[in-house]
Design a protein around this ligand. Structure first.
Ligand code: ATP
Ligand code: MG
Length: 605
């Protein structure tokens, strides 16, 4: 659409110049304009443009978005985690950036452009040279780092400039390259070592004002992802190394993700499995408690082996794990094969927590892993809620090759404490019993944080409040990975033939195919259509290649995935018709040339 505007400007200039200048001078001008238009055409005509599509799947690409970005000629890898965007790919990056810009500006964002090369000293003031560790790129022999994010630099600029409560609120953002020496760069641009981020920062005088800014940004994020046509969900997250009080992550479901989340379609509940909760039936308490009984169980090490040996169900077993919490042993009991969720355990215990080593286990319990249990364990015991008050249970005897049966948690396990310690599973009910959970891998698209005063305090960014007191500025930080948005869109919108762009993100709205360009009528009509469609305001990719076969052109068009294909062929032209194919639905139909414009308007708007 932008190009159309510049064309209008050119044609206006031509008219003006024709009126104002004598004819001999027009000639130069006309030649100049023709030259410009010819060059401008290069990026739209496949015969002259650089859109290197590939038939083969690149060896190192596994996930669909990575495969498609390479095959459709959108990117090329320079080095692990470092990608070059080719012209068609960069058009998409610009479109996503424009959508983001529009929504950021709508909530009062002001665009910045900060340097990527940062004095290390500023990062030292917030202790983040250490916090980022190996992920931070350093410049050799110089006191600089390559910025992985820009909290420090924005706070640095706020310092001394936002002096009074009257200078706030402020919302500053940029769309800029970040550098992170990711340990395992993979999945194409989803985890790059150099990537484009929209990062925004808010500066407020009060927590109430931060709430307002945060709510505005959350709305902007929803608009951005809706406009991009991405299916996402929002997860409340722990703030991690960033510090602060509240944060939410915008996620998409994908096997390429590194987070595991529990999501409920009916209620919209979404949580990282590290904290997600569900309702699960606990172990049943029988009317009658049996006596404790030691059983010889040679070679039995796992819950499955115990069940097999004793012909019992796993819900009759209490699994034992020994952890060391600030140098003290803790026995953690789970029902059957439930695994300990170590994040939940960490938040229950606090402090330093780690699994006990094999030698420690022997020393603490007298037995090896597989024969440990609560009876006779002399230290702290905690158990998962599913074991609450269970009886007639089996567990290790703290003696190799022995287990104990008839364990009644009320009667035999003194001072046991119960907590939710297990990881939720697909199919379980939500904690409010209003829906069913699904557990899957997900990718983080964006993140919004209420940072608070961590950075403003470290960098001395203070202001004088209404009461005359000096206070640290209250900050928020908000990020979106621009290329990650593109890759996630592709994860969700493709079929076995290629990409299915929507008109918002597509490099071009229309893919015009001239089937046999050696035939005069095909050449003439498709070129005429190309010019008319461009003039209407569509971005058109024109496959005008002389030597490519129809099959080759069809395959390329499906791979590149523009929303609409307009196919000009000899057969159709005999009836003054062309064929339209809607890429997303696969629908194809023939349209009379004089009805084409209306039909396209109907499809593309
Ligand atoms: P992740 O958990 O995936 O590593 P992060 O929590 O480190 O992400 P933030 O610091 O919150 O990411 O950065 C904001 C946004 O930048 C992320 O939501 C993501 O979309 C994008 N992003 C982060 N790291 C990368 C990367 N290595 N490559 C591409 N995009 C990234
Ligand atoms: Mg994050």
């Amino acid at each position: 659409m932008k190009e159309q505007k510049s064309e209008e400007r050119f044609s206006h200039q031509i008219k003006v110049s024709l009126l104002l200048f004598p004819f001999e001078k027009h000639l130069h001008f006309i030649i100049f304009v023709t030259y410009l238009f010819t060059n401008y055409d290069i990026i739209m005509k496949l015969s002259k443009s650089f859109v290197p599509t590939l038939k083969e799947v690149p060896a190192d690409a596994v996930i669909p978005s990575h495969v498609l970005m390479i095959r459709a000629g959108l990117v090329r890898m320079l080095s692990a985690g470092i990608y070059s965007f080719l012209p068609a790919g960069y058009k998409v990056v610009k479109k996503i950036s424009d959508i983001i810009r529009k929504e950021m500006d709508a909530v009062g964002g002001q665009e910045f452009h900060l340097p990527a090369l940062n004095p290390k000293e500023i990062w030292e003031q917030t202790n983040r040279v250490e916090a980022f560790g190996d992920t931070l790129f350093h410049i050799q022999n110089r006191d600089y780092v390559l910025a992985p994010t820009h909290e420090e630099i924005m706070a640095y600029h706020a310092k001394g400039e936002l002096k009074s409560y009257k200078d706030m609120p402020q919302m500053w953002y940029q769309i800029q390259t970040k550098f992170r020496n990711e340990a395992r760069p993979r999945s194409g641009v989803i985890r790059g070592r150099q990537f484009l981020m929209k990062d925004a920062y808010t500066f407020d005088k009060s927590w109430e004002d931060l709430d307002v800014a945060y709510a505005g940004l959350e709305k902007a994020y929803r608009n951005i992802f809706d406009k991009c046509g991405i299916k996402y969900f929002v997860v409340g997250a722990a703030s991690g190394a960033m510090g602060g009080s509240k944060s939410e992550e915008f996620m998409v479901q994908s096997d390429a993700g590194e987070d595991t989340v529990a999501y409920c379609e009916e209620t919209g509940y979404a949580a990282n499995v590290e904290v997600a909760q569900s309702i699960v039936e606990g172990a049943k308490r029988c009317d009658e408690s049996k006596e404790l009984e030691e059983i010889h169980t040679p070679d039995v090490k796992s819950i499955d082996e115990l069940c097999e040996f004793l012909k019992i169900d796993e819900t009759q077993c209490a699994k034992s794990r020994v952890y060391i919490h600030d140098e003290n042993p803790v026995l953690v009991l789970m029902l059957g094969n439930d695994e300990v969720n170590e994040m939940k355990l960490d938040s229950v215990l606090g402090g330093q927590v780690r699994p006990g080593h094999a030698e420690e286990l022997k020393e603490i319990t007298g037995a090896d892993a597989g024969s440990i249990g609560p009876i006779g364990f002399k230290h702290r015991i905690i158990a998962d809620l599913r074991l609450k008050d269970a009886n007639n249970m089996f567990s290790g005897a703290n003696k190799n090759s022995y287990h104990i049966g008839g364990i009644d948690f009320q009667r035999d396990v003194e001072k046991v404490e119960y907590f939710d310690l297990r990881t939720v599973q697909t199919g379980e009910r939500t904690i409010n019993d209003d829906g069913t959970l699904e557990v899957f891998k997900a990718i983080e698209l964006g993140h919004i944080f209420k940072l608070g005063t961590k950075y403003s305090e470290a960098l001395g960014a203070t202001f004088i409040d209404e009461d005359g007191k000096e206070k640290p500025i209250i900050m928020g930080s908000y990020g979106i990975g621009v290329e990650r948005v593109m890759a996630c869109y592709l994860e969700q919108n493709h079929d076995e033939r290629g990409i299915q762009w929507n008109k918002e993100l597509a490099p071009f709205h229309i893919h015009l195919l001239g089937l046999n360009m050696k035939k005069e009528n095909v050449k003439e009509t498709s070129e005429k259509l190309y010019n008319e469609l461009k003039q209407t305001g569509y971005e058109v990719l024109f496959d005008d290649r002389l030597d490519a076969s129809a099959g080759f052109k069809f395959n390329d068009a499906d791979l590149m995935g523009m929303p609409v294909q307009v196919v000009v062929g000899e057969k159709g032209l005999k009836e003054d018709s062309v064929e339209i194919k809607v890429r997303k639905t696969g629908e194809r139909f023939s349209v009379k040339l004089n009805e084409l414009s209306d039909k396209l308007k109907e499809i593309l708007g």
